[in-house]
Design a protein around this ligand. Structure first.
Ligand SMILES: Nc1ncnc2c1ncn2[C@@H]1O[C@H](COP(=O)(O)OP(=O)(O)OP(=O)(O)O)[C@@H](O)[C@H]1O
Ligand SMILES: [Mg+2]
Length: 331
């Protein structure tokens, strides 16, 4: 870390005392974490992709923790949450008097992250003008404050996250390909929770323990009916949604266990399809069960066919064909 000033080291050591825990038992996630640990100390820039709530920021913190920069700062900035002017100000900072209202000098996130990691969240939302400026920082290792005249050397590792396909954004000219190549030295993809069903029970237990402790509640179990419902659910909001469900469940639980009545309305309202004889007493065919299940999944994911296909483990075309053959769609 060439630019880290010695006197800052001590302060930074105190800052980096957190431990990031990424809970998983899914083989594809274990593989991903192994890769993450291997590349964390290499200082290369990384793009993390994955649906909302899959753990992109957590993985970024994990990479930071296992890097040579672990004692340095981890700074997160949401590139989609600011207007263009505000984002420039947040990233690059300004000199006193740079614009009306700039009463004092302000350090930008890039300078604050010196000696550490800058996490660029929702990177595809970054306006084109900012992409040019950022490219310079990534390439030259220098930043210029708004209204400033001299470039300041910074030593920052960049981790970027997106819930869109960054390569597609590059192809459609929304994202500069030169910046993409600089950031995307390695890419890591987090699979949706629905594709690692085994993690649902494990994460539920983890959040249960965390929130009972945090909320000072004695809830220590999840009722079997709740577990069954959770493992059947599609989780369009991924791990964040599961976390919120368990946190809410702990808060509402009256006894030792989270019961069905402690779940959010929509989760409580759906009834898991059980096997029943048909009205005429005969047993349903596999096809009939299949369609009932597809309909239920579609309802769960609010009609999102791409997501439904993902949950069902079939491609969109097959899903469409099944729906069409069963007259569930017309065209
Ligand atoms: N494997 C995991 N183990 C423990 N906690 C997790 C895991 N994955 C995600 N979480 C938790 O789920 C929540 C959402 O994760 P995070 O904020 O990292 O997701 P994200 O992909 O950045 O979401 P978004 O795209 O909405 O910003 C956080 O509270 C995080 O701590
Ligand atoms: Mg995030």
């Amino acid at each position: 870390m060439k630019h880290v000033k010695k006197e800052n080291r001590h302060k930074r050591e105190q800052l980096a005392s957190y431990g990031v825990q990424l809970i998983t038992q899914a083989p594809q996630m274990q593989k991903l974490l192994k890769t993450a640990k291997r590349i964390a100390p290499t200082d290369c820039n990384i793009v993390i992709s994955g649906e909302s709530g899959t753990g992109k920021e957590l993985l970024a913190r994990y990479l930071h923790q296992y890097s040579e920069r672990a004692q340095g700062p981890f700074v997160a900035v949401n590139c989609g949450a600011f207007t263009e002017e505000l984002l420039a100000n947040e990233l690059f900072g300004h000199e006193k008097g740079a614009f009306t209202g700039a009463m004092a000098q302000k350090l930008g996130f890039i300078e604050v992250a010196d000696g550490g990691t800058l996490f660029l969240d929702e990177v595809t939302e970054m306006p084109p003008s900012m992409q040019v400026k950022l490219l310079r920082v990534v390439q030259e290792g220098e930043v210029q404050r708004l209204g400033g005249t001299t470039p300041i050397a910074v030593d920052v590792r960049f981790l970027a996250a997106t819930n869109r396909n960054l390569q597609e954004a590059v192809n459609s000219a929304h994202f500069r390909h030169d910046l993409f190549f600089r950031l995307n030295v390695v890419s890591l993809h987090l699979p949706p929770l629905a594709q690692r069903k085994g993690d649902i029970a494990l994460l539920s237990q983890y959040f249960l323990q965390r929130y009972s402790k945090q909320m000072n509640k004695a809830s220590s179990e999840i009722a079997p009916a709740v577990s069954a419902r959770l493992s059947a659910y599609g989780f369009p909001g991924n791990v964040r949604e599961l976390e919120n469900i368990i946190a809410g469940g702990v808060a509402l639980a009256r006894g030792a266990a989270i019961e069905l009545e402690d779940l959010p309305d929509d989760l409580r309202a759906f009834d898991i399809k059980t096997f029943r004889r048909k009205e005429d007493g005969s047993l349903p065919s596999l096809k009939e069960q299949e369609m009932a299940y597809i309909e239920w999944v579609l309802k769960e994911v609010k009609g999102n066919k791409t997501l439904a296909a993902q949950v069902l483990g079939i491609d969109r075309v097959s899903l469409w064909r099944k729906l069409k053959n069963n007259q569930l769609i017309k065209e």
